[in-house]
Design a protein. Structure first.
Length: 527
């Protein structure tokens, strides 16, 4: 048995059947070239001639792949049509791809009740369609649709379909758990049965309707399958397809199989996130291996162990899949969390103990520092006396007026050294107005602050029982030079919570730029 597993990606067809995904020709080309770079063996492009977009994709893609085999997808011939006259098969030939993947029914129920075929007609359609494409020198992969459900109802006929595909000249037979309802032990059993029935190498195509697509794919490999079909990030119809971003590292790191360009596994997270970005979907933070939470530790006991031996709570090294370890500071944190993130803290000092208690009290009040590392860093550095006072806020005022148009204005009065500054800002809303007014006032002494830009703003109601008087948490993401600044504020007043987060953003920008406070003299610019 070969130790190499062929990786067959169908993101460009099966993946696009997910609700919310619509890829342009350029999107599909980017993904195909990315998969090629990572050493995937087959890239399925879609149905040739089914729409102008796929037709153009095949025209452009066939000259851009250096390793992966571009694959055209289609069905076996229609009932009552000669293979040479079948429009679907002709379109596959016109696409001029080296590989064609045909699907056909391997279930009695699907063949007779869904397609209305006789069992013999179905067998002939499978064999003749594959034979026709083989006569035109294409590599042919046969996807045995509903194979595992077919085995459960009539195993003899399901195996007859595989033999018909073999007789037609198929070079691969892929066993499909089309409804996604099989269990891993069933997959292994029927793959082993198929291996005894045909000599053609086998593959697996699993759907995730029972949450087992990855497990079923690996179970098929245990049973003897040497090709795994799936999609990046598990994209697909209904509950999705088998996730190749989970399967690939498991094959290599856990099952000692060869697959893909293994050196590129160290960039697996980039692959996952780039495809998500192209598909315009948020990455799944909890995804195995590639999610933001995959190597994130929060509980103090866990962090203490990870500081000594990372393998205590990590099954692979984060770097092996392009990740890095994250230690969160939260209400569950102990000293270990702080010491891991802030190396300038003295483990034996009272400051650390006091900081842990401060964080727990603040999070009990609604603060959350997991996604606000800039506010957390300021909290720690202020406790050490490392963050100076750059300015004082005397007062601020914000108003919204509906006249002929909606007008949002804010007035900010601040003190820098011995000087008072009053500025008015107008914006799209009260928070934007406060941001404009604050930066106008500060930039007269600290012009560097003009480079600070608010990029994202989120509000979370922490307890809806109090209605509009509920406690809210405001999260702000800003950009400053090459820094991403993430800060948090909490109050029953949404403007006050926003103001807290804004002030932390400003303080952080001034601090990381090594700005000297104005009251210390002329050195109010970055050193």
């Amino acid at each position: 048995m070969t130790n190499r597993i062929q990786l067959y990606d169908t993101t460009l067809r099966d993946g696009t059947q997910r609700r919310g995904i619509s890829l342009s020709v350029e999107d599909k080309l980017q993904i195909a070239q990315l998969l090629d770079e990572f050493g995937f063996d087959y890239v399925e492009g879609g149905w040739p001639a089914s729409n102008p977009k796929d037709t153009m994709f095949f025209q452009l893609a066939k000259t851009r792949l250096t390793h992966a085999k571009l694959t055209a997808f289609g069905s076996t011939r229609r009932r009552g049509v000669f293979v040479e006259d079948d429009a679907n098969l002709r379109a596959i030939l016109d696409a001029q791809c080296p590989v064609a993947t045909l699907f056909g029914k391997s279930s009695v129920f699907q063949a007779t009740q869904i397609l209305g075929l006789s069992l013999q007609d179905n067998l002939e359609m499978v064999e003749e369609s594959i034979q026709f494409l083989r006569q035109h020198d294409l590599e042919v992969i046969f996807d045995a649709e509903h194979f595992f459900d077919g085995c459960k109802s009539d195993v003899d006929y399901a195996l007859q379909v595989l033999r018909a595909a073999e007789a037609g000249g198929a070079q691969w037979i892929v066993l499909c758990d089309t409804n996604g309802g099989s269990l891993p032990h069933e997959i292994t059993e029927y793959v082993e049965l198929a291996r005894r029935a045909v000599s053609v190498p086998l593959g697996i195509h699993a759907h995730n309707d029972s949450g087992l697509a990855v497990a079923n794919s690996l179970a098929a490999v245990i049973g003897g399958a040497t090709m795994v079909q799936g999609t990046i990030n598990g994209y697909g119809e209904r509950c999705g397809n088998a996730n190749l971003c989970t399967i690939w590292p498991n094959l290599v790191y856990k099952m000692n199989r060869q697959a893909g360009r293994e050196l590129m596994l160290k960039e697996l997270t980039r692959l996952s996130r780039t495809v998500a970005e192209i598909a315009n979907l948020m990455p799944d933070d909890s995804a195995p291996f590639v999610g933001d939470n995959a190597f994130t530790h929060k509980a103090g006991v866990h962090v203490g162990a990870v500081r000594k031996f990372p393998e205590a709570y990590e099954h692979v090294h984060p770097e092996s899949v392009g990740q890095s370890r994250r230690i969160l500071v939260s209400e569950l944190a102990g000293k270990s969390n702080l010491l891991y993130n802030f190396h300038n803290l003295d483990a034996s000092s009272e400051t650390v103990t006091e900081l842990v208690q401060t964080v727990k009290k603040l999070e009990a009040r609604g603060y959350q520092y997991e996604d606000a590392p800039s506010s957390m860093k300021l909290l720690v550095e202020r406790s050490l006396g490392n963050v100076p006072s750059y300015f004082e806020v005397d007062r601020f005022h914000a108003s919204v007026t509906k006249d002929q148009r909606m007008i949002s204005e804010a007035t900010v009065r601040i003190i820098i050294g011995n000087e008072h500054f009053v500025e008015v800002g107008e914006g799209d809303g009260p928070v934007n107005s406060l941001d404009v007014a604050l930066r106008k006032a500060l930039s007269q002494i600290y012009p560097i602050i003009e480079g600070l830009r608010l990029k994202d703003y989120k509000v979370r109601v922490l307890d809806g029982r109090d209605g509009t008087g509920a406690l809210v948490r405001v999260w702000i993401r800003s950009e400053f030079r090459d820094e991403t600044i993430q800060t948090v504020g909490v109050s029953r007043n949404i403007l006050e919570a926003s103001w807290q987060a804004l002030l932390d953003s400003v303080d952080y920008a001034l601090w990381v730029s090594h700005t000297v406070p104005a009251h210390l003299g002329k050195q109010s610019q970055p050193l």
